[in-house]
Design a protein around this ligand. Structure first.
Ligand SMILES: Nc1ncnc2c1ncn2[C@@H]1O[C@H](COP(=O)(O)OP(=O)(O)OP(=O)(O)O)[C@@H](O)[C@H]1O
Length: 206
């Protein structure tokens, strides 16, 4: 369970971005953060990961599976991040990209099993530049998953994919992250899976 209570973010006296945002997402649940450009969606993700830019002030409580994350360094929060460009390391093979994020060592057998489940069998030694957009997106998601996150944050994860790939990668993403809470930032209502909670930003009275 990811739990945010009474989150307010601003930049100084009278400069408020959002106020009083609260939500709870259970394992397997999705919370979609919606709102116009500049309404603070990515800033909420930055707050969740503990990477707010200097000059931005926030208050609110954050708990993940009952653990208070305030003051916990980013890398110890147990959060996995999926970004729109996938951001694989271009100078590393597919396998090395996956090993980089892995919480436990990945032997050859584990690597094969992982790649096979994402329909990437035999691609361990491939350079990311030689993959299709859909293959890169799947490697990127696998890299997040091997870090064994306790919650997954997704910032416009499907925006750069070709339209015909999007449905496939959406399904793959929701299926493979369904053991943990998910927070999705998107402009595209089609990205939001059935049953998701929605929070609309940008109309905060502050
Ligand atoms: N130091 C600051 N002072 C004033 N405003 C700031 C400061 N830092 C950030 N902002 C504003 O806060 C907002 C943060 O927007 P954020 O990137 O979270 O929006 P978003 O909803 O993710 O937008 P998009 O959909 O375009 O990605 C922007 O309007 C930005 O200009």
């Amino acid at each position: 369970m990811l739990e945010v209570t009474d989150l307010s973010i601003g930049f100084g006296p009278g400069e408020c971005l959002l106020e009083g945002v609260s939500f709870r997402v259970e394992a397997g649940g999705v919370l979609a953060l919606l709102g116009p450009s500049g309404s603070g969606k990515s800033t909420v993700l930055d707050w969740l990961t503990g990477t707010l830019a200097p000059g931005i002030q926030a208050r609110g409580q954050l708990h993940l599976n009952g653990r208070d994350l305030s003051g916990v360094p980013t890398e110890q929060r147990g959060l996995g991040l999926v970004l729109q460009d996938g951001s694989l390391f271009p100078h590393m093979s597919v396998a090395d990209n996956l090993r980089f994020g892995a919480r436990e060592p990945l032997n050859a057998q584990a690597m094969d099993a992982l790649l096979n489940q994402a329909d990437l069998g035999g691609m361990a030694d491939r350079d990311p530049a030689t993959l299709s957009g859909g293959q890169r997106a799947r490697v990127s998601l696998l890299r997040t998953l091997v870090s064994q996150p306790q919650a997954v944050l997704l910032d416009e994860p499907f925006a750069k994919l070709d339209a015909e790939l999007r449905d496939q990668i959406r399904a793959f993403t929701w299926q493979h992250t369904d053991a943990v809470p998910r927070v999705l930032v998107t402009h595209d209502a089609q990205d939001i899976p059935p049953g998701a909670q929605r929070i609309q930003l940008g109309d905060a009275a502050c």
